[in-house]
Design a protein around this ligand. Structure first.
Ligand code: GN1
Ligand code: MG
Length: 372
């Protein structure tokens, strides 16, 4: 499958050249997973005929205004993990002749790393996979326990500041520049009615009740690569949003994605809800790695963090919809409204199941000595 000369192939080949990739460019596939960046797998044939693939990402500079700082964060964090666990699979970012791990040109901001043969999951009810994902994100957090958060740049300021997200939503609902708010009235009203509950973690942090940790901040299960044969987690990827944050940001985001009965953008919002078996499996894995370092209070926020993150993301999707979707990649004009409705339905179900979720968290944390 020799590549033709489509502009995208020419561009990808040019990027590979800048990163000094050896061999013959064969083809590319676009990997449609992320909602923000664009990701391509490029396939090469090396001298001797061996096939080798690389991943190229074009960073969304509307979301990441200072992409060089994103790359600095990634470098520091991966270096720290590599030094502690040299045996672990790590993403290897290539460098240009000028020793930069990115290329910035008229077409965008690009980076390139080795393709890791692996399996990924968008949704799965395989509880082993889920437990392993929980362990992987928990281990990520545990490995960075001794990394000082001050070393990290805030690449997207106030990323999980739910209060500020709400303030922005209210501002844009009031301005309603494209006249779309009426269509989303029910979702807007509901989200506003639960604002205080959704902002509990942010408020606790602002009162000094929760410690800052190094968090991944985008813990969707498709950001874990799994061994194709054993389903063991190999590596946590997509470190763009690694920043100082709260443990609940990682836990809650993971649950709102992995434990939902339906995909994040399912048009069948009425089917959204928390699969408690998945919830338990993820919680077991996550707390196995983290319980001993978390404070009682942090553990006490975990179940509620799922609700907080679902509401926060619902508000973000909705806000983006009202503005004509400049932030999230969309496949059709109503995509962000569909995503909003699905997150809202999920958040409502979480309220119903809050006590059950809290009980599972307590059970899984039990036995470990919480840190205070
Ligand atoms: C974005 O692009 P992706 O899929 O890694 C977003 C997350 C959202 C997620 C929702 C930088 O992540 O915060 O939770 O979409 N990332 C950024 O699917 O905004
Ligand atoms: Mg991401």
């Amino acid at each position: 499958m020799q590549s033709n000369h489509r502009p995208i192939d020419l561009k990808l080949k040019e990027i590979c050249d800048a990163f000094r990739i050896q061999g013959t460019y064969v083809s590319h596939e676009e990997i449609k997973v992320g909602n923000v960046n664009r990701t391509f797998k490029v396939n090469y044939r090396q001298a001797g005929g061996r096939a080798k693939s690389y991943m190229i990402q074009r960073i969304n500079t509307y979301a990441f205004r200072q992409p060089v700082l994103v790359m600095e964060n990634i470098d520091k964090v991966t270096e720290h993990i590599r030094a502690k666990r040299p045996d672990k699979v790590a993403l290897h970012f290539h460098h240009t002749v000028e020793r930069k791990n990115y290329v910035s040109d008229a077409d965008g901001f690009w980076r390139l790393f080795n393709y890791v043969p692996s399996a990924t999951y968008n949704t799965t009810d395989n509880l082993t996979v889920i437990r392993n994902a929980g362990e992987a994100f928990g281990e990520f957090q545990a490995l960075l326990e001794d990394f000082s958060v001050e070393q990290l740049h805030y690449t997207i300021p106030d990323f999980h500041d739910t209060r500020k997200r709400y303030a922005k939503l209210k501002e844009d609902v009031a301005a309603d520049p494209l006249g779309k708010a009426a269509e989303a009235r029910r979702e807007i009203d509901w989200l506003l009615s639960v604002e205080d509950r959704a902002c509990t973690l942010t408020d606790m942090y602002n009162r000094g009740e929760l410690p800052l940790r190094v968090t991944h901040n985008d813990t969707k299960i498709n950001n874990v690569l799994f061994d194709e044969r054993t389903d063991k987690a190999l590596v946590v990827i997509d470190l763009d949003t690694v920043m100082p944050g709260l443990v609940g940001h990682d836990f809650g985001d993971a649950i709102r994605f992995a434990a939902n009965f339906v995909e994040e953008d399912s048009p069948e919002a009425e089917k959204a809800g928390v699969n408690m078996e998945v919830f338990r499996a993820f919680t077991e894995g996550f707390l196995k790695q983290t319980a001993s370092t978390l404070t009682e209070r942090e553990i006490g926020t975990l179940a509620l963090s799922c609700f907080a993150l679902a509401c926060e993301l619902a508000g973000r999707f909705l806000d983006d919809y009202l503005l004509g979707s400049p932030y999230f990649n969309i496949d059709y004009p109503e995509h962000n409204l569909v995503r909003t409705r699905c997150q809202v339905a999920l958040a409502k179900d979480m309220l119903q199941k809050m006590e059950a979720m809290e009980a599972v968290v307590r059970e899984c944390a039990g036995g470990k000595n919480a840190a205070d």
